[in-house]
Structure formats: structure tokens, C-alpha cells
Design a protein around this ligand. Structure first.
Ligand code: FES
Ligand code: FES
Length: 163
């Protein structure tokens, strides 16, 4: 029988008590136990960034952590970004409007990386955005749309109105 531990974790503002298999990664826990399948798994060894979530407000690879390590902590996944079902987060709007979604598989991880980055760097240069995204691998069409979306999102999140 699989070994389990009880954990209490806050995910997207909601408290969960769960009995978690100790072998589960945090990504597995989010996807299989909580049904938050927006967190994707690509490489499963810390390279691609597809599994990025916020852990106590900092971007973290959920494939490199165990679910039990989330006990007592606060997690935000891509499902927690939009303020409501009817309204996207400005970062999501910027990705929609700048063709930043691309293959879509990597997008949740990219968004979670950028949420932290733009919070800490509200006026980034293009080069800074490219460096920030260097841990999120894209092999479909390149980074042009993603970078444009990030720069647009920085303006939107600062409340800049575009003409
Ligand atoms: S799935 Fe976690 S970094 Fe690739
Ligand atoms: S955005 Fe997924 S491979 Fe490019």
C-alpha cells in the first residue's frame, strides 16, 4: 500500500486538507488530487519550466518538489490568475492580444514565471524579459510573441492605457 501523509495547503486562496502519497510531486498533487491540470509537466526534471507555480509568492518548479513539502504553504497555479470566470488577468489578456499563447502547453509555466518577474520588475527591458524567460523552454515558434506579450503586460499591469 502506498505511504501517505496528511497535509494542509492553500491553493489559489482555498484551504485544502489532503492525504497525499509521499511519492507524489507537487505537480502530481495539483493535477491528480486537486484537478488543477493547468500546471503542465514537460521534462519532469527541472529544465523546461512548464510546471512553474508560485510557492509562497516565488516561482518554483512543481516537478522538483514533493506534494508533502507544500504542507503549511501557499500555492498559486495558473487557474488562480484570473480574477473571475468572466475576466482574465492583464497578463493573460496581453498574451491573447500579442499571439503569445503559441503551442499552449508551455504557456501556464511562462505566465507564472512572468507574474513573479513583472511584480518585481514592473518596467523591464526586452533583454530583461528574455533573461527572465530563459528558464522556460519554447521550441515551437520562438519567443517573439511571448516577449511582446510580456512587455505589453508590464504596461497593462502598471495601468498604462494604450492608444
Ligand atoms: S516539468 Fe518541471 S521543469 Fe519541466
Ligand atoms: S510556447 Fe510551447 S513550445 Fe513554444
Amino acid at each position: 500500500m502506498a505511504e501517505t501523509r496528511k497535509i494542509v495547503v492553500t491553493v489559489n486562496g482555498r484551504r485544502h486538507e489532503a492525504e497525499v502519497e509521499t511519492r507524489y510531486t507537487l505537480a502530481d498533487f495539483l493535477r491528480h488530487e486537486l484537478g488543477l491540470t493547468g500546471t503542465h509537466l514537460g521534462c519532469e526534471h527541472g529544465v523546461c519550466g512548464a510546471c512553474t507555480v508560485l510557492f509562497d509568492g516565488r516561482a518554483a518548479r512543481s516537478c522538483l518538489m514533493l506534494g508533502v513539502q507544500a504542507h503549511g504553504h501557499e500555492i498559486t497555479t495558473v487557474e488562480g490568475l484570473a480574477p473571475s470566470a468572466a475576466q482574465l488577468h492583464p497578463l493573460q489578456e496581453a498574451f491573447r492580444d500579442n499571439h503569445g499563447l503559441q503551442c499552449g502547453f508551455c504557456t501556464p509555466g511562462i505566465l507564472m514565471t512572468l507574474i513573479e518577474f513583472l511584480r518585481d520588475n514592473p518596467r523591464p527591458t526586452e533583454q530583461e524579459v528574455r533573461v527572465a524567460l530563459s528558464g522556460n523552454l519554447c521550441r515551437c515558434t520562438g519567443y517573439a510573441g511571448i516577449v511582446a506579450a510580456a512587455l505589453d503586460a508590464a504596461e497593462r499591469m502598471r495601468g498604462v492605457v494604450r492608444g
